[in-house]
Ligand binder design. Structure first.
Ligand code: KIV
Length: 274
């Protein structure tokens, strides 16, 4: 956390208490400067395992390690004053047993200062969520499309269509009953997301879900337009940073080749102030 914290940092209990209130604003961040920008507006900043694909160029979130999550968690923590920092538990760090999940969640919380962890899975992870919650680890659950299970669910497809809706509703009820303080609903039909939001006593955070959820989350690099080749339907671009960065690099290259950069204003005289 930065030294000049003007606000009290939000806790998992504060987020839980926002059920049915003003929508929760959530974004991912992976670095200190981006965390600072997100902190100005966000209630929750998630150090998502999407970091593997977004910053490290990995083909999926599966190769992301606990050490990567901790390193990025530490960087994000330095940029936050107010938002609750949630850190994703990466693939393979929690599924084996509640004891394994506890050991690794403790490492994340102790080494990053996170206020909560997030893990993927519904009914089959309820026992683990209960185990962690009962031992002082606030858990954000993540159901619907769970990217760590991409190989088992056959791609990044919408989950819970038609008769499959009852499976996702059961997942939602199971994680809420197990003690999760909030639940991410990823890529589920809007009507189902609304039904789950009405049914649960904990906040739902939508991504590709519904404006009726208790909050929304996006990967910050997606909404800033940092990728040209990745345009899922659920991402709205609020900026075009890839285009702006390309234009800036092109302008720099033109000026370097023409010896227009550096100009006199960017160089140092033999005498006088630096
Ligand atoms: O890893 C991530 O960024 C996430 C969000 C997209 C919810 O899980």
């Amino acid at each position: 956390m930065s030294q000049s914290a003007p606000h009290k940092a939000l806790t998992a209990s504060d987020i839980r208490a926002r059920k049915g209130g003003d929508p929760l604003v959530c974004l991912t961040a992976y670095t200190t400067p981006v965390a600072r920008i997100a902190d100005a507006e966000c209630d929750v900043v998630l150090v998502g395992d999407s970091v593997g694909m977004v910053l490290h160029g990995l083909p999926s979130t599966l190769p992301v390690t606990l050490d990567m999550m901790i390193l990025h968690g530490q960087a994000v923590a330095r940029g936050l004053d107010r938002a609750l920092m949630v850190v994703d538990m990466p693939f393979g760090s929690y599924e084996e047993s509640p004891a394994q999940a506890m050991r690794n969640a403790v490492r994340i919380m102790a080494e990053t200062g996170a206020g909560a962890v997030k893990l993927e899975g519904g009914t089959h992870m309820a026992g683990t969520i209960r185990f962690l919650s009962d031992r002082g680890i606030p858990v954000m659950a993540h159901i619907g499309l769970t990217p760590q299970a991409v190989n088992a669910i056959g791609g990044y497809r919408v989950q819970g269509k038609g008769e499959d809706a009852s499976r996702i509703l059961e997942d939602a009820r199971a994680v809420a009953e197990a003690g999760a303080f909030s639940v991410v609903l990823e890529k589920v039909p809007a009507a189902l997301a609304d039904r789950i939001t009405a049914d649960l006593s904990i906040p739902t955070i939508g991504i590709g879900a519904s404006a009726g959820c208790d909050g929304q989350i996006l990967v910050i690099d997606d909404m800033l337009g940092l990728f040209d080749d990745f345009r899922p339907k659920f991402v709205k671009r609020y900026a075009q940073l890839a285009r702006d960065a390309r234009d800036a690099v092109r302008a720099y290259a033109v000026e370097v080749r023409a010896r227009d950069f550096p100009a006199p204003a960017h160089v140092f005289a033999d005498e006088g102030a630096d």
